[in-house]
Ligand binder design. Sequence first.
Ligand code: EAX
Length: 334
Amino acid sequence: MKTHARHTLCATIGGLSTLALSIMAANVQAAQEVSLGHTLSSSSHYAVGAKAFKETLEKLSDGAFTVTEHPSGALGGEREMIEGLQIGTVDIVITSTGPLGNFVPETYVLDLPFLFENYDQARCVLDSELGDELLEKMADHDLAGLAWSENGFRHLTNNERAVTSPDDAEGLRVRTMENEVHQEAFRQLGARPTPMAFPELFTALQQGTVDGQENPITVIVATNFWEVQDHLSLTGHVYSPAVVLGSPLLLDGLSDEEREWFREAARASAEATRAEVSRLEEEGVALLEERGMTVQTDIDIAPFQEAVEPAYQIFTDQHGSEMLERIQEKAGSC
Ligand code: EAX
């Protein structure tokens, strides 16, 4: 009898623990892992955005989704990651518009040099119905545009000389993003544009494959480019938007409510990233000077603007002028 009772008890405990384990397993299974990739380091403005995305999505979904960040180009460059979204090997990507025009040509308009005058204007246009329209266009190209985020105004760095005029840029081998509008602008400037994926850039600068590159202050700081570049010129020659993109292969399978959580998480991510860009903009220049870069702050941008002007005609010949005009009009009223 005693033995029987013990057996029954053991069986009950055994049964309970099996039950408990299967409940736990069910919970683990219910939490769906979402991968998020970007090219910048974990001290960057994209990492700040990734954290906000993770916190917001995990909170809104009450833990049903967990986000794993893959920074520093661990999943490849931005072009590769965008391809990854289309085939479902990554779920969320924070990327500049650098290679995006190769997939969604409608976004090339945003890459025109000197399109926006300042951060407020760029943010105002991207947050308007025009920004929404461009986000929606992405669905036609197997991408889900979730929110406009920010990379920042791009400035030129190089190892040859202090650049203060277009003449100084003549002949410089400048790494550009894999973006035809940017490449054209640098050709017009008289430089030799060399498109390259971001994860290859540090080594290319170190080995002298290229003389220079251009990126926002936040990127120059977060990637330690001051270690391999001597001169910084605050040209602010183009505003570099970033965008939070999702894989339709994930998002199309979700409920409306779930999809809205992803959108909200993307908006929170963009807001946090923009705040970090603003914070680092001035602080970053001082830091780069401290680290030994010579910084040209007082740059007359009019001759640069004039030099790259033909890029606009080349752009409109290929892509039309309608969206450009609407953006310029909107920017004027921002
Ligand atoms: O989006 O490729 C670049 O220069 C970008 O600015 C960088 O990957 C961050």
